[in-house]
Design a protein around this ligand. Structure first.
Ligand code: SF4
Length: 360
């Protein structure tokens, strides 16, 4: 299936409507790579300050490759999907050690970097180098399935491959039309993503202002609420956690999550997943070996990760003598230093409440 008629109107629309985003002011593949990894499952307005902080502190491949791991994951704190930051550092080290510090220029070289898949590889090669490599993400899928009237689920492999083939044909077309000084492959791929983000939105697409409205099957047949046909989300699962901020002489006990687990490298307060009817006092007694202690309720943090709805109930324990927590493998940290270590989003909220309560 060919949709070549969308190329010219989309390029024109993008030239007139593209948002001025900081990573659009550069062709540096490193800067574009950072933006693309940060933008996965995260909104543009959230990413902008993260990207700016990151580029200030780690402006190039060498800076990222040589940075301390704690610096890297601290810069990522709050963005979620933390393995991405670790993969980026692995990739930067690979570029330093095997590519002489220069970002690879060909798709195969880019795809060989840890954490870079087909979408990100295409995005870097097209946006940074103007190579006619296709990209397909949620925005592109929405635009192309609606314009073409593809009613089958894009989750099905043959349908997804069909969408990649359409995107490939389109981006190659842009280069055929390119005049000197133009960067059509870069502009076209960004235009599809931009249209999906600003106009062809999942709910209530703004078809009246869309440059493709005259040729769009979903609009003509009134099927924008059915296309793309996405499977219903898995039912949410509730999980309950209980945790403790154990204080002793102005310090708090924190643990670093080990390698190989989710959120590896981030710090947190001791906490456990528990049954709905578990008693926090019994948990403290059994897991902390502190004997009889008083639990002061601190806060409840509700947070969602994929289909999980997590509830974290936090309590403060004030210890008169230094508790023996060696078996938990953590550290005593002055309260004021909580701001300096990388914490996961839920535990960053807990830290904020704790510092407020202790007036630090
Ligand atoms: S006309 Fe509507 S449904 Fe079709 S591409 Fe444009 S915004 Fe999307």
């Amino acid at each position: 299936m060919r949709l070549r008629f969308i190329v010219a109107p989309l390029l024109k629309w993008f030239a007139e409507n593209a948002r001025d985003l900081p990573w659009r002011r550069t062709r540096d593949p490193y800067a574009i790579w950072v933006s693309e990894i940060m933008l996965q499952q995260t909104q543009v307005k959230t990413v902008i300050p993260y990207w700016e902080r990151w580029m200030n502190r780690l402006p190039d491949v060498a800076a990222l490759a040589n940075a301390r791991e704690d610096t890297v994951i601290k810069l990522w704190e709050g963005l979620g999907y933390y393995s991405r930051a670790r993969n980026m550092q692995k990739a930067a080290r690979l570029i330093r050690d095997e590519h002489g510090g220069r970002f690879p220029r060909d798709l195969a070289g880019v795809l060989a970097l840890p954490g870079v898949g087909r979408y990100t590889g295409g995005a870097i090669c097209s946006i940074a180098y103007n190579q006619p490599e296709p990209i397909v993400d949620g925005n592109v899928i929405r635009v192309l399935t609606r314009v073409a009237g593809i009613e089958e689920s894009p989750k099905a492999k043959p349908v997804l491959e069909q969408i990649w083939a359409i995107a490939d044909d389109l981006v190659k077309q842009t280069v055929a039309r390119q005049q000197s000084c133009q960067r059509n492959a870069s502009a076209f791929n960004q235009a599809m993503m931009e249209l999906g983000a600003l106009v062809c939105t999942p709910r209530n697409p703004r078809c009246d202002v869309c440059p493709l409205k005259g040729r769009c099957v979903a609009r003509k047949e009134n099927k924008t609420d059915r296309i793309p046909a996405l499977a219903k989300r898995a039912a949410a699962t509730k999980r309950r956690y209980v945790g403790f901020a154990i204080l002793w002489r102005g310090k708090v006990f924190v643990q670093r999550r080990p390698d190989g687990v989710v959120n590896a490298g981030y710090w947190e307060f001791p906490n456990w997943e528990v049954a709905a009817d578990a008693e926090p006092a019994a948990l403290a007694k059994g897991n902390l070996s502190l004997g009889q202690v008083e639990l002061e309720p601190l806060c409840v943090v509700n947070h969602s990760i994929t289909r999980y709805r997590n509830r974290l109930e936090m309590f403060v324990i004030r210890a008169a003598r230094k508790p023996r927590l060696a078996k938990l493998g953590g550290e005593w940290l002055p309260l004021a230093k909580l701001d300096e270590i990388p914490l996961t989003a839920a535990h960053r909220k807990v830290a904020g409440r704790l510092l407020d309560a202790e007036k630090c």
